[in-house]
Design a protein around this ligand. Structure first.
Ligand SMILES: CC(C)(COP(=O)(O)OP(=O)(O)OC[C@H]1O[C@@H](n2cnc3c(N)ncnc32)[C@H](O)[C@@H]1OP(=O)(O)O)[C@@H](O)C(=O)NCCC(=O)NCCS
Length: 191
C-alpha cells in the first residue's frame, strides 16, 4: 500500500478523528522501526522498540468491516511482533466499542486512562491505554469458538492468510533502544 492508499483508507475508516495525511504515513513508513501489515481492505501500522510493540493505527474499509479482517490484521502484526517483543500496547477512544471488543478478544487489558486525550471537532474523548503480553493466545469469537488463524473455510468471510500482505520495512525491536514512549512524538495523531 502506498501512503496515498493508506491515507484514503484511514480517512474512510476514521469518521470522528482527524485523518492522517499521506505525508504523515510516508514519514511513519520511513522510520526504521515501523512495520505495516496490510490486506486488500485494511491495514495495521505498528512499531517495535526494545522489546515493546505499539499499535500505531488499524483501519478496515467500512464496506468490509465485521468480516474478520480486523482480527486477521491483529493476529498478523501481533504474531510478527512476538518474534522480538514481549509486550504490546495501544490506545483507543473510550467510546470506540467495536475496537475495544476486538482488542479485548486479542488479550489486551486496560492499564490506564488518559482524560480528554482525543481532540475532536466538537468534543474530546478519553483514551484507554491497553496492554498484552506476547506471544498472544489465538483470538476467540464471543461464542467461544476459535477464530480461524491460517485462512478461511469456503463458507467463511475471513480472508485467507495469503491475502494478508505483511510488509516488513525494517528490523524491529533492536536491543539497546529506549523503551517505547506511551505518548511518542512520532505519531501524527492518536488512534
Ligand atoms: C476496529 C476495526 C479495525 C475492526 O475491524 P473489523 O474488520 O470490523 O473487525 P472484525 O471483523 O475482525 O471484528 C468485528 C466484528 O465482526 C465479528 N466477526 C469477525 N469475524 C467474523 C466472522 N467470520 N463471522 C461473523 N462475525 C465476525 C467480530 O466478532 C466482531 O463483532 P463485535 O465487535 O460486534 O463483537 C474497524 O471497525 C475499523 O477500521 N474501525 C474504524 C477505525 C478504528 O476505530 N480503528 C481502531 C482505532 S483504536
Amino acid at each position: 500500500m502506498t501512503p496515498d492508499t493508506l491515507a484514503a483508507l484511514h480517512r474512510a475508516a476514521f469518521t470522528r478523528e482527524r485523518p492522517w495525511s499521506a505525508q504523515e504515513f510516508a514519514d511513519l513508513l520511513a522510520n526504521p522501526h515501523t512495520q505495516l501489515s496490510a490486506s486488500e481492505h485494511g491495514f495495521a501500522l505498528w512499531r517495535g522498540i526494545a522489546g515493546e510493540a505499539e499499535l500505531l493505527t488499524i483501519a478496515v474499509d467500512p464496506a468490509h468491516q465485521d468480516r474478520g479482517i480486523g482480527t486477521q490484521l491483529m493476529n498478523s502484526w501481533m504474531s510478527e511482533a512476538a518474534g522480538t517483543c514481549t509486550s504490546a500496547f495501544l490506545d483507543v477512544a473510550s467510546d470506540n466499542a467495536s475496537a475495544i471488543a476486538l482488542y479485548t478478544r486479542q488479550g489486551f487489558e486496560i492499564i490506564a486512562t488518559r482524560t480528554n486525550y482525543y481532540h475532536r471537532p466538537d468534543s474530546r474523548a478519553d483514551a484507554l491505554i491497553m496492554r498484552t503480553s506476547l506471544p498472544f493466545s489465538v483470538s476467540r469469537k464471543s461464542s467461544g469458538g476459535l477464530r480461524p488463524q491460517g485462512g478461511a473455510g469456503a463458507d467463511s468471510p475471513l480472508p485467507t492468510q495469503s491475502a494478508l500482505r505483511k510488509v516488513s520495512l525494517h528490523h524491529t525491536c533492536p536491543n539497546g533502544q529506549k523503551a517505547v514512549d506511551p505518548t511518542p512524538p512520532l505519531r501524527p495523531n492518536p488512534l
